[in-house]
Write a protein of this length. Sequence first.
Length: 215
Amino acid sequence: MTDAKRDAAEKAIDYVEDGMVVGVGTGSTVAYFIDALARIKHRIAGAVSSSEQSSARLRGHGIEVIELNHAGQLPLYVDGADECDPRKCLIKGGGAALTREKIIAEASSKFVCIIDPGKRVDVLGKFPLPIEVIPMARSLVAREIVAATGAQPVWREGVVTDNGNWILDVHGLAISEPLVLERELNQIPGVVSVGLFARRPADIVIVGGDTPLLL
């Protein structure tokens, strides 16, 4: 899958235009995109990053990292996903950066998602759904999730997000209505962000391979 990830990342460079501040996500596929972006760094104004990990990689390539509050509306956001359904709704958060990823996606005019073929699914949920929670609310949120969905939340012990919060991974879901579930879970007190990208799905999905596929 390494080659497929690299192929998708390289194809995403086609969407980068001169003078852009580019929104950059997190993860193994995005790492290839950052490396490709470095080759044209003289053409862009900088990047807004969704994680400390990506910020470090960008700075290592000499790409300026700009705060979103200073950048304003972004023309382009490039990020990966853990799952993608036929409607371009996504599960994200395997790398625990879902909240900042969701913020940058919302602030971007075009969201290009780069994935390998194994991330395509008919129904979201085989990959456990990450939910970022305030630490003191972990047990409360878990009980509410069980009551609402019957699924099983598991605390991702030892992981602290860049925002200082914890992650619950929800197992056993089959998400046929991702927008509805996203709204319901967002209403639970203590939930910071839900790793469902349905209210703001991808605009374009690039599936890596010998001939990258656009969805």
